[in-house]
Write a protein of this length. Structure first.
Length: 528
């Protein structure tokens, strides 16, 4: 309310301008669900984990491993231009390595054989105790990676402000206290006595408090650990992503690198449904057994068969064939991998360079780090797959390996869907998510024309910015998009029910799949 004037003079008041800018959301945050060497499991409150580079993945999840194909998919994602990934680690049983039972009852922070490399040492070079504090210092080292942690002046007393169990829960990436702490502080490690002032407290001798070799990676994961419906309520498996604010692309790499590793129909279907619910796009990998276009289009395991288990969703895109890339764990020998990670990286790179409305395909959509493809498709074979809504990966002379398709699974010519093309669908999802987040301020505002005018102003500014960037067809904003929020969209009954309706339309750019060049021979003209 303006202040009441009490003396002659000039009064200045600031009033809101009525414009609330809508910021566009990120477009290429990619979620990965699969197994890894280490790291928080899907049941952890820390899952999913956001990583912004392969080094970040290595630090948390342990890097490349043949038993964990997700590690290769994430490496290829960052190689091809990916910038931000959300990682959900799932495991099929497995166990955390445990420490010596007569010391502190420690265990590795997460299940896996990685914990067998842990060593701990205890010393009593603490600050002077104030009473019976039972203080000691604890050092932990992963002898495989060299990661070392040091916890000073911790206590076995659960009433102490530096109780070792609480300190490890909040500060350690390596170990946890899994049983009641002993009544008395543990003895100093033989090479870390009070008299050894010159000993490096982080040195770990081979025999000093080695962990038991009982850490276990568990069996290869299956659909049961990723997409069993029972996991949904507990927010585990695929649904651990419910704890993530937002993601745009979803990858579920194969469960193993051999012929048994295909993601099952249950997981494909659940992933497509969840991607639709979260306004994301699921990147579908081909089956390992697919070696020819005919394998995709007919037979018991074809894209349209009952055993495929995935409906033709507008929020899913299938890529074929698989990739052959150098395997760092086999001295650079070529190995076959699923394409989802590399393709997701191409999406991210294209978004950064051109925008989400540009198809992530073409001569610029090169597959970095890919030496060859498992199937070298011809133009004729490409012509069979493209109308069926299958995106081809091609190898061309001079150009190299590229993504050569941009259709959703609804992109089959027979379906005639408005969501035929990946960039059209992704642009719509981008607009939906941006407007959803950018109009939260509307809730509980007076539902009348002043509010509708503000909404139109905000939405028009957002859409006009996209138009200026070239996201829509049309020579003018009138031709490119429209925004409606008035008595036509929100009736008197809607107002009584507390509803305000916004209608936004846009003319999307569609990729030029077929470039037709017409040549005409012109007869020679005789001089007059």
């Amino acid at each position: 309310m303006p202040s009441a004037p009490i003396y002659p003079g000039v009064y200045i008041e600031e009033t809101p301008g009525g414009v609330r800018a809508i910021a566009g959301v990120a477009t290429a945050v990619t979620a990965f669900v699969g197994s890894a060497l280490r790291g928080p499991l899907d049941s952890s409150v820390d899952a999913p984990v956001r990583v912004q580079g392969f080094s970040g993945f290595v630090q948390v999840f342990g890097g490349l491993a043949h038993a964990h194909p997700m590690s290769y998919a994430i490496e290829q994602f960052f190689q091809n231009g990916g910038a931000e990934a959300l990682v959900v680690r799932v495991a099929n049983a497995g166990a955390a390595a445990t420490g010596a039972a007569d010391t502190l009852n420690l265990a590795a922070a997460t299940p896996g054989a990685w914990g067998n490399n842990l060593r701990v040492r205890v010393d009593h070079l603490t600050r002077p105790e104030m009473g019976n504090e039972q203080l000691f210092n604890l050092s932990v080292r992963d002898t495989d990676t060299g990661a070392t942690e040091r916890f000073m002046n911790v206590s076995v007393l659960d009433t102490h402000s530096r109780f070792v169990g609480t300190v490890l829960d909040y500060e350690s990436q390596l170990v946890r206290l899994v049983a009641p702490a002993p009544a008395d502080k543990p003895d100093a490690t033989p090479d870390a006595t009070d008299t050894e002032e010159g000993v490096d407290p982080l040195t770990v001798t081979p025999g000093s408090l080695a962990f038991n070799a009982d850490g276990d990676d568990g069996a290869t994961i299956t659909d049961a650990q990723v997409s069993d419906p029972a996991l949904k309520a507990a927010q585990q498996g695929l649904w651990a992503l419910a704890r993530a604010d937002m993601f745009n692309l979803l990858c579920v790499p194969p469960f193993a690198l051999d012929d048994t590793g295909d993601v099952g129909a249950q997981t494909r279907s659940a992933a497509a449904d969840y991607a639709r619910a979260r306004r994301a796009l699921y990147l579908v990998d081909p089956l390992i057994a697919w070696e020819e276009p005919a394998d995709l289009l007919s037979g018991a395991a074809s894209v349209d068969s009952a055993t495929w288990g995935l409906e033709r969703s507008e929020n899913a895109a299938l890529y074929f064939p698989r990739l052959r890339s150098p395997d760092a764990l086999q001295q650079g020998a070529l190995a076959a991998f699923a394409p989802c990670g590399a393709v997701a990286g191409v999406y991210a790179r294209t978004d950064a360079q051109r925008g989400v409305w540009k198809a992530p395909a073409g001569t610029d959509a090169s597959l970095t780090g890919v030496a060859e493809l498992t199937v070298r498709l011809t133009d004729a074979q490409n012509g069979l797959l493209n109308p069926a809504g299958v995106n081809c990966l091609r190898a061309f002379p001079q150009i190299g390996r590229v993504v050569w398709g941009a259709r959703t699974l609804r992109g089959s010519d027979a379906l005639a869907s408005e969501w035929k093309y990946v960039p059209v669908r992704r642009l719509a999802l981008y607009i939906e998510e941006s407007l959803l987040r950018g109009t939260q301020w509307v809730v509980f505002e007076p539902n009348d024309e002043p509010l509708w005018a503000q909404i139109r102003l905000c939405l028009d500014a957002f859409m006009h910015d996209l138009f200026v960037q070239g996201a829509f067809q049309g020579r003018s904003p009138r031709e490119a998009y429209f925004v409606m929020c008035d008595r036509e969209t929100t009736t008197h009954n809607d107002v009584d029910l507390g509803v305000v309706n916004l209608l936004v339309g846009f003319a999307p750019l569609k990729p030029a799949e077929f470039v037709v060049i017409r040549l005409q021979q012109r007869a020679g003209q005789c001089a007059a």
